[in-house]
Structure formats: C-alpha cells, structure tokens
Design a protein around this ligand. Structure first.
Ligand SMILES: [Zn+2]
Length: 275
C-alpha cells in the first residue's frame, strides 16, 4: 500500500479532519490508536496530514482512523448498498446470483460487541437483524475469523476502504462506503448457503474415482475422457474449470450439465418433481 497519511484524529473524543483543526500542536489532537499527541501539518506544498509529536511511525493509527470514519458515516447516514449475493459455489467460474443488489436502511450500529465468539469491526442492524461488517484497510479478515464467521450462520460482508491516492475527501469516502458495491464482498450469507444446499441436492452427482492416482468424476455428460469403456472428467483439470460444476466433496462432483439449474425456481421445481 502507498504511504498513506493520517487525515483524521481524535479531539476531545471526537473524530476530526485535518482541515478543521488549528495548525501544529494547537490542533489538540491525539492518535486514534496509540493516543499520542499529534501535530497538524498544514504546509503550503505538502498534503495536509497529522504527524506524531514523538516522530513515531504508527501504522495502526491510519487503520483505526478509517474504522472510526466508517462508523461515524454509517451512524450519520444509516443506509448502505449491499452487493448481490452469489451462490457460494466452490468453483470461481460461476456467476449465479441468488439475491440482487439492495439498498437498505440501518436501524443502528454497534461496535466492539461480541457475537458467537466473533468481535466484528461493527454490527449494523437491518430490520432488527444483525449484519457483521468488516472494514478492510490494510488487512483482509484472517482465516481464523473467517472460519468463525462462516460457522456463525450470520450474514457478514467485508468492505475494502484502502485507497490508491492518499487524500480522499469525506464525500468520496462516503460514496465508497455507502453506495459502491465493487469493494464489498460477502464473507457469509446464510440465505445463499441454504440455496447452495438446495442446488447440491437437486444437481446430478458424479462419483469420484482415483485412476492412476488422479481423481476422476465418472459419467461426465460432456464425455471429456474415455477410460476403459467409461466416460470421465479429470476433477482438477476439467471439472474445476467447467461451468456446469457446482462443487465437490470427498465422494462426488455436483454437476449441472443435465439438470440445468440456473435459478432458484429451477431448483425448487426439480426438488418438487423428485418428491
Ligand atoms: Zn499512533
């Protein structure tokens, strides 16, 4: 990441911008992370920014300031656009969307609250239900936290707020946080997980076999490989890149070639027929 400068600091417990304070030590600000006194640098040639009085290079100060800014803006605006929710298929070449992009009202925001052994950056309550929000400035959610989130049965998104240019106005920041969706990623969505289970149930199962120590799916409807009078597909070379594969587990590949499930309606119909 580019060397980004601290533009927001705490003054009497409130988040303030470099543009709304006095110059130098008179700004009366402290670092949101380490709480050291800051100097407001408002020179003519260089970009305005806060520097630690001690000269300390405090990497977490910037990250913490962006978290606080996000919380402040969400608290003020009380709305957010959520990206469409893809079917959580194990292969990346699928684009099923099970829930469309939506713009929602937020009832209220909570921070530093533990739910199901997870402390998300913030929790937004929408129609009384929690949505966990992780703010990504320099680091994505680590794998341990991600696993906990995915086991939680709670919806969660990650919002990427790192920037390529060091100065981002509050308006630009607000656009990125509230309205944009390209920078928002679903970490978990219980509704989509449920749809995925249905897709798996309704799809065709191709049993996996090891042939010469390579995993193959038997009865590949695309008839990709012909081995000893049977049609197969190589799991990692063929199925993983095949647009009809919905995923696999230890025993089967879930194949959509014959079942042609391209919407929730298709799946429900198929499951009704098989009942
Ligand atoms: Zn600091």
């Amino acid at each position: 990441m580019k060397d980004v400068k601290l533009e927001y600091a705490l003054k009497n417990g409130k988040l303030v911008s470099i543009y709304e304070v006095e110059k130098g030590l008179d700004c009366g600000c402290i670092c949101p992370h380490c709480k050291e006194p800051l100097i407001a640098k408002q020179g003519a040639c260089r970009e305005f920014h806060f520097a630690h009085l001690s000269g300390n290079i405090c990497e977490l100060g910037y990250q913490k300031s962006i978290h606080l800014l996000a919380i402040k803006i969400l608290n003020e605006c009380k709305e957010i656009t959520l990206p469409s929710v893809p079917l959580p298929i194990k292969f990346s070449n699928h684009t099923f969307s099970v829930i469309d992009k939506t713009h929602v009202k937020i009832d209220h925001i909570e921070t530093e609250k533990k739910v199901n052994d997870i402390i998300p950056d913030l929790i937004a309550y929408i129609n009384g239900r929690p949505l966990l929000i992780e703010i990504c400035v320099t680091h994505k959610v680590d794998s341990n936290k991600l696993r906990k989130i995915q086991n939680s049965n709670l919806p969660a998104i990650e919002i990427k707020l790192s920037q390529n240019k060091s100065i981002l106005s509050e308006e630009e920041f607000k656009k990125l946080l509230i309205y944009e969706t390209h920078n928002k990623l679903w970490l978990n969505n219980p509704k989509a997980n449920k749809y995925y289970e249905k897709f798996i149930k309704a799809s065709e199962k191709l049993p996996l076999y090891s042939i010469d120590d390579i995993t193959h799916a038997k009865n590949c409807p695309k008839q990709i490989r012909y081995i000893e009078n049977e049609y197969y597909a190589n799991l990692y070379r063929d199925c993983v890149n095949c647009k009809y594969s919905l995923g696999f587990d230890a025993g089967n590949v879930y194949c959509n070639y014959n079942t042609k499930l391209f919407s929730i309606e298709d799946v429900n119909k198929k499951l009704e027929e098989s009942c």
